[in-house]
Ligand binder design. Structure first.
Ligand code: ZN
Length: 722
């Protein structure tokens, strides 16, 4: 699963497409701070193994109604199985017959259908039966959606995490895998997407209907079963012999290339990276009006909101969410969490995979920023809401697990595991895990076993602290130069809150020291709450770097003298330069600090560092800051311009209305237009009203300019200052 949602905090100015959570309005926000108070869950037991579901279903979009016949084939896992209990909710079963046509006795409760066999089954005995059923106005599982400006009238399944049983009876828990067919009839003019291969399409002119028959021949879990019917345009693509298709609304056809164009390259990249060829018969991406993406097997349900045209693709690339969902075809669909306690096996791996593709496509610096964003997303959750173990049996509902612990924290844990194992061993582990458990349900112990099998290493201590315990290390680092002994001393203390089971972490860390003679890197092991290390150096260091390579999942405070911060701002890697900019903002009333930030904002080759410098300058009041921000509003990078305009907007000066209006008119970027509109709202000047009214009608990505203009107008009308 994946969602596109707006970044908060300092990043509030920039709409990020970040794979963070399942829906835009996450119910997880209401969660208590104490995770250990959540109820204990356990994996569901099975009395039978479901083999195949054949679902014949008729979908009436006008009435929001459906009726069907579901044929369930299963093998008993026990002796004397007298009845099969299936999940079934909010539809009415009218009849159940055996596969030789005999009516079978059945009962239906609010959530279950119980089918009694004509005699008890022996262990290993297989049976099929067919249930006829009908439903209307479903509240879950199937969504009938009326036409809007953004989408045509359509229906699609919303099966995740356990809602398939709202549209046919089944064993709706991920530890059981089955094949399935979907034979769906809809009004002519609609097209039906579903899992697997298309067996055939038949039209009934008299009834004005069309029937699509899809077959998923390889087993998968029920929550991955999918259908959608809409007047889709199907744009065909391929990777060699693998069919790849994009199912989009007619109005979005021109956006297909910019949105989905890299899909075959991504699959090819993951084939190589995971050491396991794409397992399914085709790959479809299907537009639906949802908050994010859902990785149904071979047919991802993708929010239509990611559709982007060529002109806007640079500001709003879809590759994060598109690659994330593709990676799920292995991590989630080929191997699948056995219970929701192990959600990280789906989401952390897909999130790490979206980073892997991002770095592959855009290089080291963009990759480093991508990983840094993931770290910050987790830290926001940890600092403002709760910490919990990544793997835990405590949750109220599956959705609880789809948070910034499972997505970005787990991805960073995999990044650390990779650093410890080395690239070759790490990717061998991934490949082994997929081959060993393909088409099976897995838990975390299976993954840990793969690590042991492939590498011979017992990393129980690593998994224990990072997966089964909450929290992260918070380092307080101090370093000193002993000129008499020519030694750099470094004291490292772990100062996290050890309440609630947060451990003292054991972890290797690389210390980099730059002197005028060059750079040395040394890896040391941190094992204690407080330790001191010494590094002999030929001369006083220009820069001492804790965690060179930015591998660790951590917070750190590391006070440095001004000279060293300025050196770091000018010479370190991207993440180090960004950190130095933030630290320099805290150096008050120092002309050298300010000048270093200004020259960084103008001259750093990488946009994210220039933006960090702008954010730092924005915290330092004065005419010189304003001049620097004004210059940055002409930066070649739209995110930097947007940050500069937002910072100027925070000055709330009526006299800047003209400037913001010019910026709005001139700048082609929706990011910048949106910030210019917000800034006009903050000026309190009613002179902005006509331009804001015009902005309300400007087309933009996800209507972001219009939404900002509506808010700005409301603000001005509520609180006009002149
Ligand atoms: Zn996901």
């Amino acid at each position: 699963m994946n969602a596109a949602r707006a970044g908060k905090g300092r990043a509030r100015r920039v709409l990020l497409l970040a794979p963070l959570c399942v829906t835009l309005a996450s119910p997880a926000l209401a969660q208590p701070a104490d995770w250990s108070a959540k109820p204990l869950q356990s994996e569901r037991s099975r009395a039978y193994d479901a083999l195949h579901y054949r679902v014949v279903i008729r979908l009436d979009l006008d009435r929001a109604a459906f009726d069907g016949e579901a044929t369930v084939s299963l093998t008993s896992l026990r002796d004397g199985l007298a009845a099969a209990v299936l999940d079934a909710e909010r539809f009415t079963v009218t009849r159940v017959v055996s596969d030789w046509g005999e009516p079978l006795r059945f009962e239906q409760s609010a959530t279950e259908l119980t089918v009694h066999f004509e005699r008890p089954l022996k262990r290993g005995e297989t049976r099929s039966f067919t249930a006829a059923y009908s439903g209307k106005d479903p509240v879950a599982g199937l969504r009938f959606v009326a036409a809007t400006a953004d989408n045509p009238a359509l229906v699609f399944s919303d099966s995740w995490p356990n809602n398939v049983h709202h549209w046919f009876p089944c064993f709706d828990y991920p530890n059981d895998k089955a094949t399935n067919e979907i034979i769906a009839t809809v009004k002519r003019g609609l097209k039906v997407a579903a899992n697997g291969r298309l067996v055939g399409v038949t039209e009934d002119a008299a009834a004005n209907t069309v029937t699509y028959h899809w077959s998923q021949d390889l087993p998968h879990s029920t929550y991955l079963m999918f259908l959608a019917a809409a007047p889709y345009v199907v744009v065909k693509d391929a990777l060699g012999t693998l069919p790849v298709s994009y199912w989009v609304y007619p109005q979005d056809e021109a956006k297909v290339r910019a949105t989905y164009g890299q899909t075959p390259r991504m699959i090819e990249f993951y084939n190589r990276t995971f050491g396991y060829d794409y397992p399914w018969q085709k790959y479809d991406q299907v537009s639906v009006p949802s908050g994010g993406g859902a990785e149904s097997t071979s047919a991802t349900a993708m929010t239509h909101a990611i559709m982007v045209d060529d002109a806007r693709a640079a500001d709003f690339p879809a590759i994060g969410i598109v690659s994330h969902e593709i990676a799920h075809q292995w991590w989630g669909d080929l191997i699948t969490l056995r219970s929701w306690a192990h959600t990280w096996l789906n989401e952390s791996f897909a999130t790490y995979a979206d980073y892997l593709y991002y770095r592959h496509e855009r290089g080291d610096d963009e990759g480093a920023v991508n990983l840094d964003n993931k770290l910050n997303a987790y830290l926001r959750e940890a600092k403002t809401r709760y910490v919990r173990p990544i793997v835990t049996d405590r949750y109220e509902k599956p959705n609880d697990m789809f948070d910034s612990h499972t997505y970005p924290k787990g991805a960073r844990v995999l990044h650390m595991l990779r650093a410890i194992l080395g690239d070759e061993a790490f990717f061998d582990v991934l490949s082994h895990f997929l081959h060993r458990y393909a088409f099976d349900a897995v838990d975390t112990a299976d993954f840990i076993r793969s690590v042991k099998t492939v590498t011979g290493q017992n990393l129980d201590w690593f998994f224990d602290q990072w997966l089964f315990k909450p929290g992260h290390p918070v380092f307080d680092v101090r370093s000193d130069w002993d000129s008499a002994r020519k030694v750099v001393t470094m004291r490292v203390a772990q100062v996290q809150d050890f309440a609630k089971g947060v451990p003292v972490f054991r972890i290797p860390v690389t210390i980099g020291v730059v002197t005028s003679e060059g750079r040395t890197s040394t890896t040391v092991w941190i094992r204690e709450k407080e330790e001191t290390f010494e590094f002999p150096m030929p001369s006083r260091p220009l820069l001492v770097r804790f965690d060179e390579g930015n591998v660790l999942l951590k917070e750190v405070t590391f006070p440095k003298p001004l000279d060293e911060l300025i050196y770091q701002l000018q010479h370190d890697d991207v993440i180090g330069r960004i950190a130095a900019a933030a630290d320099l903002a805290r150096v008050k009333d120092d002309a050298r600090a300010f000048e270093a930030l200004v020259s960084c904002a103008q001259g750093d080759p990488f946009w994210a560092v220039r933006r960090a410098a702008i954010d730092a300058i924005a915290k330092i009041p004065g005419a010189q800051s304003r001049a620097a921000l004004t210059r940055a509003s002409a930066d070649p990078n739209s995110s930097v311009r947007a940050s500069a305009v937002a910072a100027l907007g925070d000055l709330k000066e009526a006299g800047l209305v003209e400037f913001f209006r010019d910026q709005f008119e001139r700048d082609a970027s929706d990011l910048v237009k949106t910030e210019a509109v917000r800034a006009m709202g903050k000026t309190g000047s009613t002179a902005a009203i006509p331009i804001l009214e015009r902005a309300s009608a400007v087309p933009s990505y996800r209507h972001m300019v219009r939404k900002a203009a509506t808010e700005a107008l409301a603000q001005l009308r509520r609180d006009p200052r002149r």
